[in-house]
Design a protein around this ligand. Structure first.
Ligand code: NAD
Ligand code: UDP
Length: 314
């Protein structure tokens, strides 16, 4: 191994975010082991990396123990779209809880640094706006989103207990809505749904009255934030919000997508799913201060890049 080269495990590495992260780590000169059970991930996302001798793929479900030798672990495995994580809710919670226990156990044996891809969903339907890391959240324990929200909250607890009890070097990222190329066309999340519908000339499905808000971060910015977090000094654990503070209503997003695709799609209003958060916007002062990070891609340019990707595959 050359100096500075690390062996890095990315769980969920064939998914949307994971595949971009693998690419970025390889281009930084590292060896990457992508572990994925291909639940929502696809070989197509990583096929272009397969020729690289420093890239390795292992089909494995992290709910089961894993014995490999690495220096760092990015734990991203977990379906992220409400449609997918609600399809098999018990498996979703298992992935966050059993999966985290297995990956933390691995990190403990290896004395490796480990990062958790947590989520803004730990804030639930927030009563504080924008959301700082100090906010404890407003989460339903028994609703349709709970398998994901509570799974990630428990994963955060496990990370901090392994840190306190076993001295593990942990990093917890709270990721806000992220979009970009390689989202699945049937992913179910709002950006991919709207773009695919607009490109097909179908009605755009707005849930509720579309006044609920989200803050959308382009994938390259997100990956940059995650890598910066992993490279912080050992005393910094997070949690840290990583997301774009630009806040848009879902109706505004629909209008932007229609405008940028030049589509003549109309809007079709559907019932709001239960427990759908009313508003979401990250307070990123910690990321700015500690990671020296802030997003550089505005929504318009990010959507253009994402639309370009979907034009090729839809
Ligand atoms: P994704 O569904 O595209 O990727 C998840 C990957 O994990 C897939 O490749 C899937 O096959 C794999 N996976 C799922 N369960 C697994 C298991 N038990 N064992 C091994 N692999 C498994 O989702 P994404 O958007 O790339 O999200 C990646 C991570 O980031 C997730 O942990 C998600 O919770 C978190 N996150 C994402 C967003 C976002 O907006 N994209 C927001 C908040 C948090
Ligand atoms: N949404 C929508 N139409 C869709 C998909 C989603 O109006 O076709 C709404 C959804 O109800 C939510 C927001 O868009 O208010 C973001 O949904 P997404 O599933 O992308 O992520 P969430 O932040 O809810 O996990």
């Amino acid at each position: 191994m050359t100096t500075g080269t690390k062996r890095i495990l990315v769980t969920g590495g064939s998914g949307f975010l994971g595949s971009h992260l693998c690419e970025r780590l390889l281009s930084g000169g590292h060896e990457v082991l992508c572990v994925d059970n291909f639940y929502t991930g696809r070989k197509a996302n990583i096929i272009h990396l397969m020729e690289n001798p420093y890239f390795e793929v292992m089909r494995h479900d992290i709910c089961f123990p894993l014995y490999v030798e690495v220096d760092e672990i990015y734990n991203l495995a977990c379906p992220a779209s409400p449609v997918h994580y609600q399809f098999d809710p018990v498996q979703t919670t298992k992935t966050s809880v059993h999966g985290s226990i297995n990956m933390l156990g691995l990190a403990k044996r290896l004395k490796a640094k480990i990062l958790l891809a947590s989520t803004s969903e730990v804030y639930g339907d927030p009563t504080v706006h924008p959301q700082p890391e100090s906010y404890w959240g407003n989460v339903n324990t028994i609703g349709l989103r709970s398998c994901y929200d509570e799974g990630k909250r428990c994963a955060e607890t496990l990370f901090f207990d392994y840190h306190r009890q076993h001295g593990l070097k942990i990093k917890v990222a709270r990721i806000f809505n992220t979009y970009g190329p390689r989202m699945l066309p049937n992913d179910g999340r709002v950006v991919s749904n709207f773009i695919v519908q607009a490109l097909k000339g179908e009605d755009i499905t707005v849930y509720g009255d579309g006044s609920q808000t989200r803050s959308f971060c382009f994938v390259d910015d997100m990956v940059d934030g995650l890598v910066r977090l992993m490279n912080t000094t050992d005393d910094f654990t997070g949690p840290v919000n990583i997301g774009n503070p630009g806040e848009f209503s879902i109706l505004e997003l629909a209008e932007r997508v229609i405008e940028l695709t030049g589509s003549n799609s109309g809007l079709s209003f559907k019932p709001l799913p239960s427990d759908d958060p009313r508003q979401r916007k990250p307070d990123i002062s910690v990321a700015r201060k500690v990671l020296g990070w802030e997003p550089s891609m505005d929504l318009g340019r990010g959507l253009e890049k994402t639309i370009g990707y979907f034009r090729k595959i839809v």
